[in-house]
Design a protein around this ligand. Structure first.
Ligand code: SF4
Length: 247
């Protein structure tokens, strides 16, 4: 029996997602886990906010800092929520995939059409992924979508149509993206880079939730000082300022 005190917590869409929803007239909710700590396949993006202090630590191969980890570093209440969710899921998984799916289903918000599974965090184990597959099967009228680098888990399962995967390049298992022909998202450092690569930039998650083709994500967030990502971000901000100034 679940009580409010042992249910997972879900979040509201940010400004960019709200834009998509307004146009589509759909209700979206989000789910988040501790960034980096629940991402077994993160590589280029790996960053973690310390659970207690919020201090960010980048991984050995970090090229661009995880946006969700930066948010956790800033907001203690967000850290508390994501670690609580993580703990509840791991406890449920001790009793198996169905127990974890039961917990997620019991916790789902009353009203939503689309769920972004993991604004921060990722599928941290095979059984956890299986639990979300089960959740999607039990809720065929809803759409669940995710960016993921945990591709070594995905390769083993046929996904229901309403669990939409976007493979996120820059992880430990990139070779599986081409092997399986999965739709992928690539982080780019400029609009020109996206054009050169023949990719549309997704500004509002529509490509992730509904698209069939590969797409680009423009670098954002807070980037490690002196890194390529940080320099690219400065250029993007400068270009946007000029556009605003000229508008
Ligand atoms: S996989 Fe996603 S959530 Fe995890 S560290 Fe990388 S960008 Fe952040």
């Amino acid at each position: 029996m679940y009580m409010k005190s042992n249910l997972l917590k879900f979040g509201e869409p940010n400004a960019k997602l709200k834009k998509m929803l307004k146009e589509l007239k759909l209700k979206l909710k989000t789910f988040t886990l501790p960034a980096g700590w629940s991402c077994p396949a993160a590589k280029d993006c790996l960053s973690r906010a310390n659970r207690e202090t919020g201090k960010i630590q980048d991984g050995p191969d970090t090229e661009f800092r995880c946006f969700a980890a930066s948010a956790e570093a800033t907001y203690p209440s967000l850290r508390k929520m994501v670690w609580r969710n993580f703990g509840l899921l791991k406890d449920a998984l001790v009793d198996g995939v169905d127990a974890c799916a039961d917990l997620i289903c019991a916790s789902l918000p009353d009203k939503f059409d689309i769920m972004r599974v993991h604004v921060g965090g990722d599928y941290f184990s095979k059984k956890y992924l299986q639990a979300w597959i089960e959740v999607a099967k039990r809720n065929p009228e809803k759409i669940f979508y995710s960016y993921s680098k945990s591709l070594h888990f995905f390769k083993e399962f046929a996904l229901p149509d309403n669990l939409v995967l976007t493979a996120s390049r820059g992880g430990k298992f990139d070779e599986l993206i081409d092997l399986h022909g999965w739709k992928e998202a690539l982080v780019v450092y400029s609009e020109q880079e996206a054009i050169d690569k023949g990719l549309e930039i997704d500004h509002d998650d529509t490509h992730a939730a509904f698209g069939k083709d590969n797409f680009a994500l423009l670098i954002h967030g807070t980037q490690p000082a002196g890194s390529m990502a940080s320099k690219a971000l400065q250029l993007i901000k400068k270009a946007n300022k000029n556009v605003t100034a000229n508008a």
